[in-house]
Design a binder for this molecule. Structure first.
Ligand code: NAD
Length: 468
């Protein structure tokens, strides 16, 4: 018997398989979860398909009421969910509580979104209306960095638009999602929400499934490409929120201490495991040494420990594979640059690496060119604006980025020239449910959040009536 079960067709069911979930702070299993077989994945899709017509026929008001009930039910179990989130994901409890607060805000905001019919013509000769219809069955597939928030980024808009969903969390963070399934069971009609866990073996099956109309995916660029290829045969709609290598460009006129703090917190939030974290800091030559030393001081002072312990600022890396990847980045960073803080794994159980600041590296070095998705920040020197813009844009991805300066007009002009979906000035990771989120180049296809993201969960239909 597993501790957490699958939600299929309105029932909590044992998986055909069981798997252990590792607490990354100890490296030891803390729970067992049900894991779905291919047959159970098919059952989940069949249940979502069977539920789709009646859910699509509900009113938006009824769907909003259900979504608000979900937000309330999550809030009622916030302490339990936050503790589980920390145990499986590793983030400090305060950040887990923050993820719950974010989730609440997103779900409630989605309930204010609407896509009313747009009437193009309504006169004696004719009537033309543009409608947004549900697509049918949506599959949501997500990464392991924000298991609750990103699950609700799929469930919220998909269901409010009148679709049903099969959600599949990442294999190393299934617990929060299955707990969410247990909550959804008592709120939505059977089959409207289905949540199944896997061992990284059901994604391709779900994204090729002929009864699935759309895939909402958050994860790596490599997997995003595979999903497009797998979904091509059935012309699936896709929204792909993928990786990034966000640059921060720091001009010479900033307050170094204050800016270092902001850069540090936006590079090391969730241990750097954030698609929109700062992953390359380009710092003007005039303040380069001072900025490196401020960042190193902050890194040295950070309290790195089990996220469940009070006072922890940075937890472990989420999983062993990522921990090993980060070690290989540390090796290349040591070779290519100068490590001024961190740089080593911690001698203890679990997957701990101290926050690492690397200076004297530049474009062409792996630590600068590739997304680390972990607690390492390369700091790169520049002294020419045109040159740094070209270097920031010399990337296969373009998710976010920021420009830091006291000259806001100049920073805003530079921001507009960076090829990234969200560019911030004197801030970073400033996102919200009312702000569309999209990526340039290899960072994705489509939009999430806001009314633009909501529209992606619908099929546009034109009704065109002749009246003469
Ligand atoms: P990943 O792509 O390896 O896995 C993500 C999910 O895809 C998992 O649930 C996995 O089981 C599933 N999957 C694996 N192979 C699949 C296939 N062939 N078909 C369908 N699904 C498949 O990514 P990850 O390592 O878990 O996450 C880290 C990456 O995610 C980083 O690159 C990060 O930038 C990106 N990310 C992006 C955003 C965003 O909103 N843009 C948010 C979080 C993470």
């Amino acid at each position: 018997m597993s501790d957490y079960k699958l939600l299929i067709g309105g029932e909590l069911v044992e998986g055909d398989h069981v798997m252990d979930v590792i607490n990354p702070a100890t490296g030891v299993s803390f729970a067992t979860v049900s894991r779905a077989s291919v047959a159970q994945a098919d059952e989940a899709v069949a249940a979502a398909k069977a539920a789709a017509p009646s859910w699509a026929a509900t009113s938006l008001a009824d769907r909003r009421a259900a979504m608000l009930a979900l937000a309330d039910a999550i809030a009622a179990r916030a302490d339990e969910i936050a503790r589980v989130l920390t145990a499986e994901q590793g983030k400090p409890l305060a950040e887990a509580i923050g993820e719950l607060a974010w989730t609440d805000g997103y779900l409630r905001h989605y309930c204010t979104l609407d896509l009313p019919d747009r009437i193009i013509q309504d006169d004696a000769t004719g009537y033309i209306a543009v409608k947004h219809k549900p697509l049918g069955v949506v599959v949501g597939i997500i990464a392991w960095n924000f298991p609750l928030l990103v699950a609700c980024w799929k469930i919220g808009p998909a269901l409010l638009a009148g679709n049903t969903i099969v959600l599949k969390p990442a294999p190393t963070t299934p617990v929060t999602a299955l707990l969410l399934g247990a909550i959804c069971k008592d709120i939505f009609p059977p089959g409207v929400v289905n949540i199944i866990a896997d061992a990284n073996d059901l994604g391709a099956h779900l994204t090729a499934h002929p009864d699935v109309a759309k895939v909402g995916f958050t994860g790596s660029t490599a997997t995003g490409k595979r999903i497009m290829a797998t979904g091509a045969d059935t012309l699936k709609r896709v929204t792909l929120e993928l990786g990034g290598n966000d640059p921060a460009i720091v001009l010479e006129d900033v307050d170094v201490k204050k800016t270092a703090q902001a850069i540090f917190s936006n590079a090391f939030l969730n241990n750097g495991q954030v698609c929109l974290a700062i992953k390359r800091a380009y710092v003007h030559n005039d303040i380069y040494d001072a900025m490196c030393s401020e960042l190193a001081t902050l890194a040295d002072a950070a309290i790195v420990d089990d996220g469940a312990k009070q006072g922890t600022q940075i937890g472990p890396i989420q999983n062993k594979a990522q921990y090993e990847k980060i070690q290989s980045f540390l090796e290349t960073a040591r070779r290519d640059g100068t490590i001024v803080a961190g740089g080593e794994v911690m001698e203890r159980d679990g997957y701990f690496v101290r926050p690492t600041i690397v200076r004297d590296v530049t474009d062409g070095h792996r630590i600068v060119d590739e997304e680390q998705f972990g607690p390492i920040l390369p700091v790169i020197r520049f002294d020419d604006i045109e040159d740094v813009i070209a270097r920031a844009n010399n990337s296969e991805t373009g998710l976010g980025g920021s420009v830091w300066s006291n000259d806001i007009a100049k920073a805003t002009e530079i921001a507009g020239r960076i090829e990234s979906g969200q560019m911030w000035v004197n801030q970073h990771i400033a996102i919200g449910p009312h702000i569309p989120m999209a990526g340039f180049k290899g960072s994705g296809i489509g939009v999430e959040q806001s009314v633009e993201g909501f529209a992606e969960y619908t099929q546009l239909q034109v009704i065109n009536v002749a009246r003469v």
